[in-house]
Every structure is written in structure tokens, then in C-alpha cells.
Design a protein around this ligand. Sequence first.
Ligand SMILES: [Zn+2]
Length: 455
Amino acid sequence: MAKIKTTWFCQNCGAQHARWQGQCTTCKEWNTLVEEVVQKEKKPSWDAASGDTLSRKRTPQPQLISEIDVTETPRLDTTNAEFNRVLGGGLVPGSVTLLGGEPGIGKSTLLLQVCLNLPYKTLYVSGEESAQQIKMRADRIKQNATNCYILTETKTQNIFRQITEMEPEVLIIDSIQTLQTEIIESTAGSVSQIRECTSELIKFAKETNTPVLLIGHITKDGNIAGPKILEHMVDSVLQFEGDRNHTYRILRALKNRFGSTHEIGIYEMLGHGLREVINPSEILISQRGNSLSGTAIAATMEGMRPLMIEVQALVSTAVYGTPQRSATGYNLKRLNMILAVLEKRAGFKLGQKDVFLNITGGITVDDPAIDLAVVAAILSSNFDIELSSQHCYSAEVGLGGEIRPVSRMEQRVNEAAKLGFEKVFIAPAKQKFKEVGTDVQAFSKIEDLVKYLFS
Ligand SMILES: [Zn+2]
């Protein structure tokens, strides 16, 4: 009987320590070390299960660099346009993708829906729900799946045994926190279990060229539960986000070895599953047609895709001593900066006002081009003068009160024209716009724009 070997793992960064200590020396977090049993005696399960029996298992051979085929590896089309876009054009054979997101946001629904539509033999392994529950969910989604197999199992040894028998072309694991490998004695969801199970799955993916999709839960502070190294181990990390109270969900890539991380996918959560939103601008603008004070529309870009976003502001006199500032979907520091610029450069006394800012649809915007719409919405609410709903704004605001140009102006203006906006307010740009069917008005200073809009 071998002596039981234990090690202390940091639950935050996954670092290994020989003994307990109050602070992790690697990531400097306090009270994150937990003792876990490690016993590396048996063979890792994927090696044990596969042996040499699997027909698709390949052992890499040395290759002459001049003979390496550089033609792009064909990707697997998931038939889900938004999902393909975020992945960078489809699933890469042999890649391992981690899908993170808060509990209840719809990760399982998304992957089950993708899985049901895949034209490949797919194995969906669930440690979270029973086969009946998954079937009921699949019935709600109403897809005629002919290639999708369900396995409810948490032991990696058993999963790999099934894999060697059925040889799936795509593997989905729901979720990585429920998996358990026999070679480690700690409980499912602990750092060493997650790390060992992931590395076994990565080995399987690379050796058989099978794409693997993992679902991972997110902790309260927004990190994927388990060691940070999980994110370093996989090829791509996708995040499924959105407000549980809103019906819109955004899929974005936080890391992607095979494509850009700028693309987003937008879905609408319906009773029967997720609907791909092909033209997001239309849904994010709520009240097109009737003007309201405090509302302005920004022409922003998310990745390569233009997106029209509605900005709402409410400015009112502060009842208590310290005025409140709050921003949803927009950086609060940036809001404070814009308010300071308006006060200092344009002479507006907003210091004693409560300012609330909201981006509709529950999405978060990083694109600085939204600044000008924020300014317009705040002033519109402050003066209680409504802005035309046929106007939109796209420019960054600098500390000197100057209006600065942003990238891909032509694409933004074109999108505005396509959606029927009559006028786009931008920063002075050198480039000339071709006939776009909408009026383009440039201002170089906040004061000039204010004069134009409110006098
Ligand atoms: Zn640590």
C-alpha cells in the first residue's frame, strides 16, 4: 500500500505548494491554499483506454519543415453563424474550447443547440443533468438531430472507454467541474481534478484531431471556477454573457489561438432556445420613431461588425449632499471624465446633479466612439430637450473637449445609412465619404455641437 501523497494547491492560480501557508507565493492571494490528495500511480485514463486500438489515433512523426502543408486546416462548420463567427470561422480539428459563463445564463442550451445541428457524429457528455432532462431540453429546441449521442457520466475513465468505442467527431463536456479522474483522489471540481481531467481531454483532442468543447462555470467575481491555468491550457476561451433579466446574450472570445478575439455573437433567448440575431442594430434600439429626452444613438463597432446602440441618460438635481453617478454598460470612470470635460470645457454645471447612464439591451460597450452619444444623451436630459431619433453619433471625446475621429468611420456611416438614419455626427476626418445616402456632419469641439443641437 503506497503512502497517500498530498499537496497544497492554490484555488486561485493553481500553484502547487509543499506545505500550508497563509499567502500563495505565486499570485499573492491570501487563504487560497487547499490540501488535495494526489496519487500518480495508475496510467492517465486516456492512455489506458485508447491503447493502440483507436483507428484515428495518430502519433506525430518528425517532418521536414519544407514539407509541412501550410494550406489552412479545414474547419468544421457548426451551422450556427454566430458561433462560427466567434470561433473565427468554425471549429478547428483537435482544438479545445472552453465556454464560460454564469450559472443559468444558457451555456448548456447553446452547446446542446449547436450539438443538435452538427452534421457530425457528436458525443454530449453531461455530468450535470440526466439523459431525460437533456432530451426534454432538446425537444424544446425542436431540432431533428440524427448524429447526437448523450452520455451521463463523470468518470473520465468511463468516458474514454465510450469514446474509443463510438469514435465521435466532436466531443462536448458539460461541465469540466463535474469530471473526475481515478488517478487523483480529491473531489470533483477541485484544482487538481480540473487540471488533470483537462489535460487528459487535451491529450485526446490532439491525438485524434477531435474538437472538444468544455463548459466551465464562473465564480462570483467573474473568473472561470478552478485554476487560472485552465484558461492557459485550452486553445480558446469563449464567454457567454448577458443579463439574466434581458433576453439578449452575447458570446465573445476572451482567447482564441485560431482567430481574432474581437468578434461577438448575439443571441436572443426564446422559450424554445436561442435565436441567432443576424442584424443586431435593429433590436438594440428600442424606441425608434418617438423621440425622448436623454436618449441618443451611437454608431459603434463590435469587432468587424457595426452596431447601433441606444444610450439613455437621466440627469436630475441631487437630493442629498453627494450627487450619485451610475453607469450600466459603460465605464463609470469614463462617465466621470466626460462630466468633468462638460463642466470645464463647455461650462455646464453638472457638479450638483445625479447622473445615471444606461446602455440598453444589457450589453457592455468598450468602443470609445460611444462618447459623443453619451455627451448628447446627458445634455439632452439636462436641458430636457429631445434629440431627433433620426440622428446618430460616432466619435471619441478628449480631455480638451475636442471631438476625435474613430476607426472604420465609413463602415459606421454606411450602417447608419442602411438603417435609415438621416444624419451622423462625427469628428472632422480627412477622408471623403462616397455617396452614402445619409448626411454626415462633423464637429471638432463639444461647444460647437452643443450650439448646433440645443440652440
Ligand atoms: Zn495562487
